[in-house]
Write a protein of this length. Structure first.
Length: 367
């Protein structure tokens, strides 16, 4: 067993109480799937890749890659990459797409062709819960990026992206895209991420999610008939510990009574998803490390992080050190305040859309 003791699994009544308690504190655990009302109607599509080979050497006879597009294919192509447990269409929510994709906004869909892929293992793309469960091939971020590239290049016929932008997991994948396919984009904007190997609290918390599922007797080696309860507990605990921003939470819950009010309100929030899917998604970040290839990046790059990001604390100096190795790189650090949300800050485009608009106007275009 990992940190979850035998007593934890035996005392079910306590588990139910505590898991619900942290559930309502997982401020960004559940994806905002409400669509912005000021954008053109999204169009969904699916492309099937035959005999896709993963980095482990495993092969899937048919890999289904789902994606959403907004705007006409004649517009300048822009790729937007989502975070862990998210989906492409989730990026069209009011706080992100609603601030970017509407008329007169920085990524106006009347001018740009917005591509929103579902990464391997997420959304409507192929994933363990489709039927293979724990027999699904083990994948990593490199597999995800390779699949995204093939979708954009082979299926959609895009020769070059005006912009590749991603948040959290999507931000990490933009760091990888920019060095693996340096001729595929003019501008790269990785957000809520660092160009270094997975480490520190960020990895420790991810591993706890993975271990809690695998060590739960209810997981049954992936062949469960009901969702393992440890998965819910660990997922919510992770979201609570690594998201939300200290000042914002302190303002929202300055007393125990206020904190209880928030918790009681969120007790009714449903917990959606699948344990195997989440296990694979969190584990896929384990070998992430784009540091070695930063000098290969030729795109104009703006790394956007928040000063109160719990997973990527700026005080460690990693981004300031590594950005010097990127030829055309710069940092936009959003100051912490009562309005920011820690790791979730960059999911709100209002904090950085002005700088993005300026970058789109000034960054040179490739062929």
């Amino acid at each position: 067993m990992s940190i979850f003791s035998n007593r934890f699994f035996l005392e079910i009544s306590f588990f139910r109480f505590f898991s619900v308690l942290v559930l309502i504190m997982g401020f960004s655990l559940f994806e905002n799937t409400a669509l912005a009302q000021n954008i053109p109607k999204p169009v969904e599509g699916t492309w099937t890749v035959r005999d896709f080979k993963f980095s482990t050497g495993e092969t899937l006879p048919e890999l289904k890659l789902h994606y959403t597009t907004i705007g006409a294919p004649t517009g300048e192509p822009v790729m937007v990459l989502h975070g862990t447990t998210g989906s492409g269409i989730g990026m069209a929510n009011p706080n992100f797409g609603g601030e970017l994709f509407g008329p007169g906004q920085p990524l106006d869909a009347n001018k740009y062709f917005i591509i929103l892929p579902d990464a391997i293992g997420t959304g409507k793309s192929s994933k363990p819960s489709d039927g293979l469960r724990a027999k699904f091939p083990q994948y990593n971020y490199d597999d995800m990026v390779t699949a995204q590239y093939r979708l954009v290049k082979e299926h959609l016929g895009i020769k070059r992206l005006r912009l590749a932008i991603g948040n959290s997991m999507g931000g990490m994948q933009v760091w990888m895209w920019a060095q693996k396919y340096p001729d595929m984009m003019d501008i790269a904007v990785p957000m809520a991420s660092l160009p270094t190997e997975m480490n520190s609290r960020n990895w420790m918390m991810r591993r706890l999610i993975v271990d809690s599922i695998r060590n739960d007797p209810e997981w049954m080696d992936g062949n469960y008939t009901k969702q393992p309860r440890s998965w819910q507990f660990a997922s919510v605990f992770y979201a609570t510990a690594t998201n939300g921003g200290s000042q914002a939470i302190a303002k929202a819950a300055p007393t125990r009574a206020k904190a209880d009010d928030i918790l009681n309100t969120r007790l009714k929030a449903p917990f959606a998803g699948d344990a195997n899917d989440h296990l694979y998604q969190w584990a896929s970040s384990g070998d992430y490390n784009p540091s070695a290839g930063l000098e290969r990046i030729t795109a104009t790059l703006m790394a956007i992080n928040s000063a109160d990001d719990e997973r990527n604390p700026p005080e460690n100096g990693v981004l300031e050190r590594e950005i010097k190795r990127v030829k055309n790189g710069k940092i936009l650090l959003i100051p912490a305040s009562e309005l920011t949300a820690g790791h979730g800050t960059t999911g709100q485009a209002k904090f950085w859309k002005k700088e993005l608009a300026e970058l789109l106007q000034t960054a040179p275009k490739g062929n």
